[in-house]
Design a protein around this ligand. Structure first.
Ligand SMILES: NC(=O)c1ccc[n+]([C@@H]2O[C@H](COP(=O)([O-])OP(=O)(O)OC[C@H]3O[C@@H](n4cnc5c(N)ncnc54)[C@H](O)[C@@H]3O)[C@@H](O)[C@H]2O)c1
Length: 341
């Protein structure tokens, strides 16, 4: 279907971070004009391509937001900024509710005041908590098991309430949204320019890559007695480039009149921690040093996406649905980073 894109400016909060910087690359190659709003809490200036406008500050600062929306007249916001560590959220919940929930509400309010039309939100599979379903659908009942998941769920609910209010009142807002529930994001841009470089990040594939380059001495496996095929937790790993592409398709979906909604963003295939270890050993020929530790409180057993909804409603065709490819891409990036650090 062809449709006119009236305003190609896209404000990307968190555009200097891991996922945000890949989305900025994807926006550029799809001929949009990204404008990055980032407070550099965990983002990197070098991750933003030359020529892209960068505004340093918080997405929870209403005065700054007013200035940005007045000056840019942007009609689209990709809200990627947030804190990401589920374990940290257990010991410091306020940090997560302040940045992930409160700042998001301030941003959404400013979007409404400035007639932003399209809002794409970084949500998370952490919303599902310890689900008993082998594969989770968007409408399945879900109970997040950590403040991180709850901080994101509240924003989804706020967006849904706004849409309900808008459709049942005369004073409707123009804001439509897509919330993408990311599963476990990994890998690096095929451009070789960017990859996972968030300080202190402890996601499985990143840690495997760091053990590979010698930055860490071992991989800690938390929980080997889960009710899974080999006792370790199971996750659905999605390549960051496919995830970025899903954002472009989400915007296209809203621009052609798609209704505000929540979509899982994963491949629908689950791999255990030991599957990742075995795949690493197969592709490198190296033995990975591991240690087996007890379960951690904020870790769910298994989370795999049912991606029927996104594939039916959007023209999202993913390219990197292969654990070996994802791992190789993460290792290549880590090797490159280790040479310059
Ligand atoms: N990495 C994953 O596997 C994963 C999975 C599910 C959801 N997510 C979500 O994706 C988003 C991006 O995650 P990431 O892995 O790229 O993390 P990241 O830490 O690399 O990126 C977050 C970016 O947001 C910026 N930021 C944080 N608070 C801000 C604020 N108040 N104002 C402006 N900028 C701010 C940081 O400086 C950083 O550049 C997060 O919202 C996260 O919850 C990530």
């Amino acid at each position: 279907m062809s449709y006119e894109r009236k305003n190609r400016k896209v404000v990307v909060t968190g555009g200097a971070g891991y996922i945000g910087s890949h989305i900025v690359e994807e926006l550029l190659s799809s001929n949009y004009t990204p404008i990055v709003l980032d407070n550099f809490y965990s983002g990197n200036k070098w991750a933003i391509p030359e020529g892209v406008e960068v505004i340093e500050g918080s997405c929870g600062d209403p005065i700054l937001l007013e200035k940005i929306f007045n000056e840019t007249q942007a009609e689209t916001v990709f809200h990627i900024a947030g804190h990401i560590d589920a374990q940290e959220s257990v010991v410091n919940p306020l940090k997560y509710y302040n940045n992930n929930t409160k700042n998001s509400l301030t941003l959404i309010q400013s979007c409404i005041e400035h007639n932003v039309k399209n809002f794409i939100f970084s949500s998370t599979a952490a919303i599902y908590g310890s689900t008993t379903e082998p594969i989770v659908k968007e409408n399945d009942e879900h109970y997040p098991i950590n403040p991180y998941g709850r901080s994101k769920k509240m924003v989804e609910e706020f967006l849904e309430d706004l849409c309900t209010a808008s459709s049942s009142s005369e004073k409707s807002t123009h804001l439509n949204f897509v919330a993408l529930r990311y599963f476990n994001v990994a890998g690096a841009s095929p451009s070789g320019r960017i990859g996972q470089a968030t300080p202190g990040v402890k996601s499985l594939i990143k840690v495997v890559a760091e053990v590979h380059t010698g930055k860490r001495d071992r991989l800690s496996i938390y929980g080997t007695d889960y009710p899974t095929k080999d006792g370790t937790g199971v996750r659905d790993f999605i390549h960051v480039s496919d995830l970025s592409q899903a954002h472009i398709e989400s915007l296209a979906y809203l621009e052609r009149g798609g209704k505000s909604d929540v979509f899982n963003c994963g491949y629908g295939s689950g791999f255990s921690v030991l599957d990742v270890v075995n795949t690493y050993e197969k592709i490198t020929g190296n033995k990975l040093k591991i240690e087996k530790l007890p379960r951690r409180p904020a870790d769910p057993v298994s989370v795999i996406a049912d991606n029927t909804k996104i594939t039916q409603h959007m023209n999202w065709s993913y390219k990197y649905n292969d654990l070996e490819q994802i791992l190789k891409s993460a290792l290549t990036w880590e090797e490159q980073m280790s040479k310059i650090q």
